[in-house]
Design a protein around this ligand. Sequence first.
Ligand SMILES: C[S@@+](CC[C@H](N)C(=O)[O-])C[C@H]1O[C@@H](n2cnc3c(N)ncnc32)[C@H](O)[C@@H]1O
Length: 307
Amino acid sequence: MRTGPVRLSRRARAGRRPPDDGRRPLDDGRRLAGTLRRLAWRACYEALGARVREPAWAFMNYGYADVGPGADGSAPGTVAAASDPLVLDPADEPDRSCIRLYAATVAGVDLRGADVLEVGSGRGGGASWLSRYAGPRSTTGLDFSAAAVALATRHRRGPGLRFVRGDALALPFPDASFDAVVSVESSHCYPSVPRFLAEVRRVLRPGGHLLLADLRNHDDVVVLRDQLAGSGLELVELEDVTVHVVAALRQDNARKLALIEAWIPRPVHGAFRVFAGIEGTRNHVGLERGDLRYLRVRLTKPQVSAG
Ligand SMILES: C[S@@+](CC[C@H](N)C(=O)[O-])C[C@H]1O[C@@H](n2cnc3c(N)ncnc32)[C@H](O)[C@@H]1O
């Protein structure tokens, strides 16, 4: 599910088209492909929010687990769990692995007193955790699914927390209104990552951070690197955390299967196992083999912007 309902051909990815710098008007073909891609993802996430209203389901990411020294994650059983230092309220414990992905994404950045925007906040668990644990002044979760925004507004709580509906490619906020933009496992849905990055640069204050975690096809990692390099933001860190994500998927496999059984309508169990990264399904296998990579990225908006 995470690799996108509309796939670009290898030739298209290889650059037989002008690069999307986020500013150039799109030609008709690319605009149509982008619109279809966006509509498909929106329909998928609207259906999830509307059909599965279970409030306890707060996260939709693959998770992150610490791994022991020397673990390479190449085969089941080779990843030894290390002690996880994250201290959580008992009520948050069931979501530890998904929360760990957020903690890894924002690691090294002090969010105390900051105005934080999460793009692609889904069912709101991540924005709620940030607002309660990271000490920001405000946390805004944005998602293009009306059902997800309604669900998050109803069920998630935290100081200075709010949820709004909006598109990652046209953020409904004034220039320079946030100190940090967080985005977890959402950017693979965006029809134009350069446009998203241009919007992030616009809404960030000078010195502000983009903290992003997401997966890409192996061949698309270089595309993402180019997009980040052309964003006008300074790349501070890019880490491949695939081994941690695979470890989390393995650790959480039985629990997720039980939740699918309990919460998800039976006719869509098969599709949902793929979505959840259950062992043996496409994305799980892709991450194990290295065909898919999971990345954690930190960029900073220069104090004096290049324009
Ligand atoms: C896999 S979910 C991850 C949700 C959340 N970050 C988490 O970790 O639980 C991806 C989310 O991105 C949202 N999304 C996808 N494309 C978007 C766009 N163009 N603008 C805003 N949100 C988008 C989807 O609606 C969905 O809620």
